[in-house]
Design a binder for this molecule. Structure first.
Ligand SMILES: [Zn+2]
Length: 184
């Protein structure tokens, strides 16, 4: 996946302008298509930890509002892994891109609105929702995130939490995997 580049200076984001090739990434394109990207690196990292700690039996992209990244349908417990850029992480306090401000502002507003709506729908249907931010799963933060989240999850799921630290896994370590992960 390409990083966003600063060289793209097209004025108006539009499918016909060719901006998709110049400035925005595959993630944007997928987002425009309304598809949520599955099996992102943060999701894989989270799932690896879930398995290591005995919190198994989860389902992916379950067919309820928002298609939670990870959930336990029988217990109505869901975890959303949110990309910091698209969902406007409150911790990262990312600035809006300098060009096409109106477009981005509207786009982010829609994303956040949809997140709120999904949460409301699921909660009113009896679900418990957890949101984990991409940055919380980065190497320097993940242990703290897991330590906070997993005991709560274990209690909600009625599972025993294995607290043995997992061996440092080679294949899903954040940050240094090559591109071209296999599609699910
Ligand atoms: Zn963040």
């Amino acid at each position: 996946m390409r990083k966003r580049e600063s060289s793209g200076k097209a004025a108006i984001p539009c499918r016909k302008s060719g901006i998709l090739d110049g400035m925005v990434s595959e993630a944007v394109h997928k987002s425009m298509q309304g598809n949520k990207r599955a099996n992102t690196k943060p999701e894989l990292v989270l799932r690896e930890r879930l398995r290591a700690h005995g919190l198994t039996g989860y389902r992916l992209q379950w067919k309820v509002p928002g298609h939670p990244d990870v959930c336990w349908p029988g217990k109505k417990v869901a975890v959303f892994v949110n990309g910091c850029f698209w969902h406007r992480c409150p911790r990262c306090k990312l600035s809006t891109p300098k060009t096409n401000v109106e477009y981005w502002t509207a786009k982010f507003e829609r994303n956040q609105q949809r997140d709120r709506q999904v949460r409301e729908e699921l909660e009113s249907a009896g679900w418990t929702i957890h949101t984990v931010w991409e940055c919380e799963l980065k190497k320097k933060n993940i242990d703290a995130t897991i330590a906070e989240l997993f005991p709560v999850l274990a209690a909600e799921l009625g599972k025993e939490l294995k607290m043995d630290e997992p061996e440092e896994s080679s294949e899903e370590a954040p940050g240094d995997a090559p591109e071209g992960e296999p599609e699910a």
